[in-house]
Write a protein that binds this ligand. Sequence first.
Ligand code: ADP
Length: 179
Amino acid sequence: MPLDIVILGPPGAGKGTQAELISEDAGIPHINTGDMYRAAVAAGTELGARVKPFMDAGELVPDDLTIAVVGERLSQPDTARGFVLEGFPRTLPQAEALDEILAESDRELSVVLHFQLSDEVAEQRLLKRALEQGREDDTPEIIHRGMETMRIPEELGQHYRVKVIPARIHAAPPLQEEL
Ligand code: ADP
């Protein structure tokens, strides 16, 4: 069975670090929509030109485009044994589209890891990172605004919460005790 993983959480939660560890450990690709978009912009592709205005404005790229990009990526043969998806889904329509994409090949998510982090800690970490990387334009105000755009919408968290994968727990005492 493929290992299809989604990692959700605010910026600064350490999603990328964990995604990379899982990817290496399980031998499945780490797919990050933000990285894909940055690479497209850097390579000057048509996709890059389409997404750049949204990225520059700190806004989400429209769902239909992002869904198409992820659908295409997930159709690549290296995802046959699974994937770690980071940065997607960010909206409920993206989550529903992902369910459909997977269902087309009789797959469904194995697990959704939702990283929880308070805004205060997330903002502190992002500010520290900005200082370390010399990103002086990342002021507390800009970081705060970015957090708002990147917040995981309640309805998205809910989408996965209602689809809880039941864990199978041994609910009886060990056999010896029953004898
Ligand atoms: P950040 O650099 O703010 O942590 P990312 O690296 O995840 O964010 O993404 C960079 C940009 O790419 C976002 O600001 C957004 O414009 C776009 N993007 C990434 N993932 C998505 C997505 N799932 N839906 C829409 N836009 C996205």
